[in-house]
Design a protein around this ligand. Structure first.
Ligand code: MLT
Length: 263
């Protein structure tokens, strides 16, 4: 489905009925990374998976996509769908957007799922790397980004043993628009440190992380768990940064049992 929100055509999928659960995708992927969750969870819940601007089937714009801008897109989508309260889940960049959305409208978030993400802003070196990534996307295109990023996103177990996931992730990344990759890269570099937000998160929160995640490692997840009062942490064995695709059964089981309290 597509709706005009916040000045762009935002594409999203809705599957199933029940308590609404919004899942926000990682960079530079799109809503289809959530396929294993949509399949399994839409039997019991309403799963809403939007494509951020610049990704999947959503429209793109030209300026940096700050996490606040992406959060506003999602908030306007929820308004369009007449949803006042949701469970909000985000993986990596999806988690950065979830923090921004929580700061704007904590009352709309009944529960949080934070997967393979972190509260910290980028270091100075990290910011330089974002600019280099944006330039590379413009000069060489998404395929080069996909080749470079796939071994960083996926864990060593997946890289060695699960070629179908490797190919799926590579294909998803190479289908991303140049605008999406470069503008969200620049937007992530501008994001705030979310550590001060963590003590204010009052809703039940599930934190997930792949044991082999090198981008947002287990220590980053432990930091979230230590600072978010009502949180539980689960480390997913044999998974890297895209833990939901790398070990979908473990991921789904954790999410399913967390979601039971909201039925
Ligand atoms: C993501 O998976 O969304 C990105 O790796 C996040 C990041 O680069 O910080």
């Amino acid at each position: 489905m597509k709706d005009k929100v916040n000045g762009i055509d935002l594409f999203y999928q809705i599957d199933g009925l029940g308590t609404p659960v919004v899942l926000l995708h990682a960079f530079p992927l799109n809503r289809t990374m959530w396929e294993p969750q949509v399949q399994e969870l839409s039997n019991e819940f309403q799963i809403i998976t939007p494509d951020f601007r610049g990704f999947g089937k959503s429209g793109a714009t030209d300026d940096p996509y700050t996490m606040d801008l992406l959060a506003d897109d999602i908030l306007q989508l929820l308004k369009t769908l007449s949803l006042d309260e949701v469970i909000l889940g985000g993986l990596s960049m999806g988690g950065y957007v979830a923090f921004a959305l929580y700061r704007k409208q904590p009352d709309m978030v009944k529960g949080l799922i934070l997967a393979d993400t972190r509260a910290e802003a980028d270091s100075e070196d990290g910011k330089k790397n974002r600019k280099a990534m944006a330039d590379l996307a413009i000069q060489k295109g998404p395929l080069v980004i996909a080749e470079q990023m796939t071994p960083k996103l996926l864990g060593k177990t997946t890289m060695l043993k699960n070629d179908s996931v490797v190919q799926k992730v590579k294909k998803m990344m190479s289908s991303s628009s140049i605008a999406g990759i470069s503008n969200s890269s620049l937007g992530m570099a501008l994001r705030d440190d979310s550590n001060p937000t963590l003590k204010d998160i009052a809703c039940p929160t599930l934190i997930l992380v792949g044991a082999e995640d090198e981008l947002t490692p287990v220590e980053a997840a432990e930091n979230l768990h230590n600072k978010i009062k009502n949180s539980e942490l689960q480390v997913i064995p044999n998974a890297g940064h895209i833990s939901n695709l790398e070990q979908p059964s473990e991921f789904n089981n954790a999410v399913k049992s967390f979601l039971q309290q909201f039925k």
